[in-house]
Design a protein around this ligand. Structure first.
Ligand code: HEC
Ligand code: HEC
Length: 85
């Protein structure tokens, strides 16, 4: 009986740790969250949608789920390669 309790408590701790890990990774705008990183500098390139939303310049275009997102929020999810955040 006592042995079973100890074992199930250990599982609770392990599952809680895994849950926290998953949450911290899946919280979205933490500089990763599945958003591809920006391979170019953003200095002087603040009009993201000027390239990524216009179809011009050969830039990859924003996917449909980006409707309604403005230039002000892009960097919340997309971080520059090598910026470390
Ligand atoms: C002058 C045009 C231009 C501007 C402005 C610009 N980009 Fe880009 N971006 C590009 C091009 C072209 C690429 C394709 C990769 C390359 O050649 O650098 C690219 C690549 C990317 C990628 C990688 C896409 C992938 O498929 O991996 C992301 C993310 C990105 N840009 C985000 C941004 C964000 C966010 C901004 C605004 C802060 C921005 N870009 C401003 C032209 C631009
Ligand atoms: C809430 C987080 C978030 C915000 C804000 C955001 N993105 Fe994204 N972006 C993503 C994710 C995640 C993907 C991966 C593909 C998808 O969502 O379909 C992506 C994909 C992209 C791609 C496509 C890359 C490819 O390979 O085709 C481009 C370009 C891009 N984003 C640019 C932008 C620009 C420009 C802005 C600001 C107007 C922006 N994103 C705002 C999360 C975000």
């Amino acid at each position: 009986m006592r042995k079973t309790n100890v074992r199930s408590r250990a599982w609770t701790v392990i599952l809680a740790a895994l849950g926290l890990f998953a949450l911290s990774g899946a919280s979205g705008c933490d500089g990763d969250g599945g958003a591809p990183r920006i391979p170019h500098t953003v200095t002087g390139r603040t009009d993201c949608l000027g390239c990524h939303g216009s179809g011009g310049g050969g830039a990859p275009q924003v996917p449909a789920d980006h409707a309604g997102r403005s230039n002000a929020v892009c960097l919340d999810c997309h971080s520059v390669v090598g910026s470390g955040y």
